[in-house]
Structures are given as C-alpha cells and as structure tokens.
Design a protein. Sequence first.
Length: 424
Amino acid sequence: MDHILTPTFSVAFLLALGLSAILRLWLSWRQERFVRSHRDQVPAAFREHISLAAHQRAADYTVAKTRLGRLALGVELALLLALTWGGGLQALHGFWSAHLEGLYYGMALIASVVIITSLVDLPLDLYRQFRLEARFGFNRMTPTLFLSDLIKQTLVSALLGLPLLAAVLSLMDAMGQAWWLYVWLLWMGFNLLVLFAYPLWIAPLFNRFTPLADGEVKARVQALLQRGHFGNRELFVMDGSRRSSHGNAYFTGFGKARRIVFFDTLLERLSPPQVEAVLAHELGHFHHRHIVKRIIGIFSLSLVFLALLGQLLEAPWFYQALGLEQGNTALALVLFALVIPPFTFPLTPLFSALSRRHEFQADAYAARLAAAEDLSAALVKLYEDNAATLTPDPLHSLFYDSHPPAAQRIAHLHAPLHAPPSPA
C-alpha cells in the first residue's frame, strides 16, 4: 500500500502547493493593479476628509507591502522545498540522531527548524521595518530596540516553548494512540495560561503601560463602560510610539487580568468622543463574545488537526512522500506544520468572512452605545494615519481582509440603527 500512497501524496502535496502559490500570486497582482488604477482619484465618499496626497500615499504603501509579500512568498516556498524534497529535514535528522537520543533529539531537531526559519525571515523583517515602514514615515524603531526586542522574544519563546515542546513530545511517546487528545488538553491549558499571563508579565517586557490619566477621555470611557454594563476595567496607555506611528486600541487578558489598552498614538490623533467610539467598537467584540468564539474555533480546529496527525504519525508513506527515509514524533510534528498550510489555504476566505461579520457586529454595537458619526470620523482618521487603502481589489479583500473595506464599513455605520443593546 505504501508504494501507492507515497507517490499519490507527493502529487497531492505538489498540486496543493502549486495551486495555492499561483492563487496567492494572482491575488497579489490583482491587488497591485487595482490599487494603482485607482491611485489618482479619492473615492467620492471620502473626498471631504481624505486628501489626494494621503490617498496616493496609502496606495503606494499598499503596493510596496504587496510586492514585499510576493518576495516573502518566494522565500517561503524555497525554504519549504529545501526542508522537504531538498533533504534539509533528512540532514537535520541525521545530524541530531547521531549526537542525541529520545527527548533531547526531538527538541534539538524542532528547535533547529525554528531557528533556521527565523534566520531566513530576519532579512525580510529588517527590510520591512527599516526600509518599507521608514519610507512611509511609520518606523520609529531603532536598531538597538529591534535587537533588544529580538533577544527578548527569543528568550520568552524559549522559556515558554521549550517546556511545552518537551511535554508534547513526552505525551506523544507515552500515551499510546490517544496521545493527540492529551496533547490537545495540554495545548488548551497552555493557551489559556498565556492569555492570562500576557498582559501581566509578557507585554510589559516590551512596552510601558501607564494608567490612563484623569481627564475627558477617562471620564468618557468610564461612562461608556457603565452604560454598557461592563463594570470597571483597568485602563492603560501603551507607548506604541516607540516603535511605530500606527495607532490602535485593544482588549487583552483573561479573567481578572482583562484590561483595555490604548496606543499613545491613538490618543494623540483622535478627539475624546472618537476615542470613546473606538472603545465602543472594542466593547462590541466583548459584548458579542467574539473572542470566546474565536478561541473555541481555534481549539476545535486544533483538535481536528491533532487527530489527523495521530493517523499520519505511523504512516511511512507520509514521510517518504516528503523526502524522508523514516519518521518519528518530532519529524511528524515538523512535517505536519510545514505541509498543512497549502491544503488549508482555500479556507482563508471563510475565516476572513467570519472576521468581517464580527467587525460589522462590533460597529453596529458601537453605533448604538456611542455615536456612529464619531466612530465614522475615527475610522477615516485611522485609515489615513495608517495609510490603509480605500480601494482594495474586491476579490483580494474578499479573500484576505479581516476588516470590511472602508466604503462598506462607513456605509454600514450610517445604516438605520437597531434597538439599544442588551446588557453584557
């Protein structure tokens, strides 16, 4: 049977990889052509608020990111082929199996792949930060801060990831055919722990969080929380301006560690009523339990994928079809992580559509809890400040965009409003 399944899976993987790459390139070229063709005219709905110069800057920024994305795709494909059919994984397996055994071998093998991938991505990250973002006036990161962040990220990843990896490999070897269920339970617990720990101990390693100062913004925010029956929440300002001029606001944390965070760049650019409206949008996500729904969705998909990996773990054809002579638990984890994206890429528009639906729901909630005009004005400012294109290619947007296009979003905000929201 293996002599049939091996070439069959090789062909299936090649087709999935080739078709997904062609589709991604086609969508990228569509996006670039569409944005460039609409570069010289601001959409009618935004002409009173967005200058032609700002619109053209957003178009150029989008085109530059799109082109860099195509380069990143080429690097991604080359690395994937080098690790599989190019013999990279087989060479790593041969080296580490000659020096280490058992758990230490598995951890060294997987850590090697992570390090290689990170090193390959590093030049693109440097170019993106210090050339592309700097060219459009967004970068405020210094090389020293970049290096400091890189060291901290590496240490945090090692401190959290290595024990998790050791536990996963141990469970895979010790728990029999049902190992994937135990790994899934461990994975859920780990993610919930990180959700709790991130705002308290991890995020402060990279940014400074200060309580929101007394004033009109804080008074409006507290009144908004009371109107929405959200009770008291910790309010913080993050020094996002250390790294970028992009602005944002978000909820973070889990349980009693939940907090609301505003970028200092956001507070600098928006008026107090507009900040209130942006927060009302974030409260809309909380009101509709979008975060909980997404967590449940991620956990459900991870269970499916781990169950599938459980079937492939003992299948010789799975390894042989991807350039390996034999397999083991560590190789199975790496191979599965490498080959699953091309097969799942067609699901991208479904996840994007769900995310856009959540954004519409959060906008509608914000329009009822605050003022639609303030949220609309805030969004226009954020689109301008972040150089987000007002004219994305419709098909590219349908496939990728987690947020609705600007014109659709503004029009939806000014649609007839619904009844007042129920208590959260």
